[in-house]
Design a protein around this ligand. Structure first.
Ligand SMILES: [Zn+2]
Length: 291
């Protein structure tokens, strides 16, 4: 993402060294947990963080005997999160929206990793192969089944999110559950045995009845609700006739760059997605492009 004035996508730019070698080193891991410099991320039962006045995450001392995931090393100091809470709540909690708006760059990325991993443990306590109870291993970056030996790892689900463009306008849709006036890029999960380009074309056809070609990758972001990888693209539409799938979209509109720029400033004919969503980044990149 290199367009002028476009900040990096939300939940990216984390500063932790993920320290993969330490995850596989039980003695080193025990020493890290006992390190006086080690800290534990403060999360509530809904897996929301605490954020200080400077926009930084709040950390506590590491309790003895807690089940932990190693988030990584910050300037060499171990950073952990406790397992056992969750699953987390939704991403439209007013408190969380306020925290995300206040978090310093990189802090949201650290929290996103913690949230996705803790939430995954809460929802994957039993073996998908034999149904026995599983145990965390690899410093919280997996679960192992003591009955059948299967190893399970936190999943990341790819989602394509895209703007179809046609003669200087791009296609935005609206879901009924969204805040009043909000329009955003169309999106959908990538299915098994499907490329990113194929998923983009299928989703735009399914939701809006528009055929697209020339799919171009723009940027990606983690989306920790619970653990998607959002892959943002732009594609060329053959024409602008719409056939909406009303189970997916309440409405869809074609908008030009001036309308998108106004919306991103909060003065538009529609409500833009919030800055921590990659749809916002995608619209900024597109609006900065030429006509
Ligand atoms: Zn098993």
């Amino acid at each position: 993402v290199s367009a002028p004035g476009v900040t990096p996508p939300g939940f990216t730019g984390g500063r932790l060294d993920r320290a993969d070698a330490l995850r596989r080193d039980p003695a080193g891991l025990a020493a890290a947990a006992a390190d006086p410099a080690a800290r534990l991320l403060v999360l509530n039962d809904g897996l929301e963080p605490e954020v200080d006045a400077g926009g930084r995450l709040v950390w506590a001392h590491v309790p003895e005997g807690a089940a932990l995931a190693l988030l990584g090393l910050e300037d060499g100091a171990p950073r952990f999160v406790a397992l056992g809470a969750g699953p987390g709540g939704g991403f439209r909690s007013p408190r969380l929206m306020d925290l995300l708006a206040r978090m310093a760059p990189g802090e949201a990325a650290t929290w996103a990793a913690a949230r996705s991993v803790v939430d995954w443990h809460a929802r994957h306590r039993f073996c998908a192969n034999c149904a026995a109870a599983t145990e965390p291993f690899r410093a919280g970056w997996g679960r192992c089944c003591p009955a059948c030996g299967t190893e399970h790892f936190p999943r990341t689900d790819p989602v394509v999110i895209m703007l179809a463009e046609h003669r200087g306008r791009c296609l935005l849709g609206r879901q009924p559950s969204w805040p009043a006036g909000r329009y955003s890029a169309l999106a959908g999960f990538v299915e098994p045995a499907e490329s990113v380009e194929e998923a983009v074309a299928r989703e735009v056809m399914e939701e809006a009845g528009v055929a697209v070609t020339a799919v171009r990758y723009v940027a990606s972001q983690p989306w920790p609700f619970p653990s998607q990888l959002m892959i943002a693209c732009v594609a060329e539409a053959a024409d602008d006739a719409l056939v909406l799938d009303r189970t997916e979209l309440e409405d869809a509109i074609w908008v030009d760059r001036a309308a998108v720029r106004a919306a991103l400033e909060g003065e538009g004919p529609f409500g833009a997605p919030p800055p921590h969503a990659i749809a916002h980044t995608l619209l900024r990149v597109w609006a900065a492009g030429g006509d």
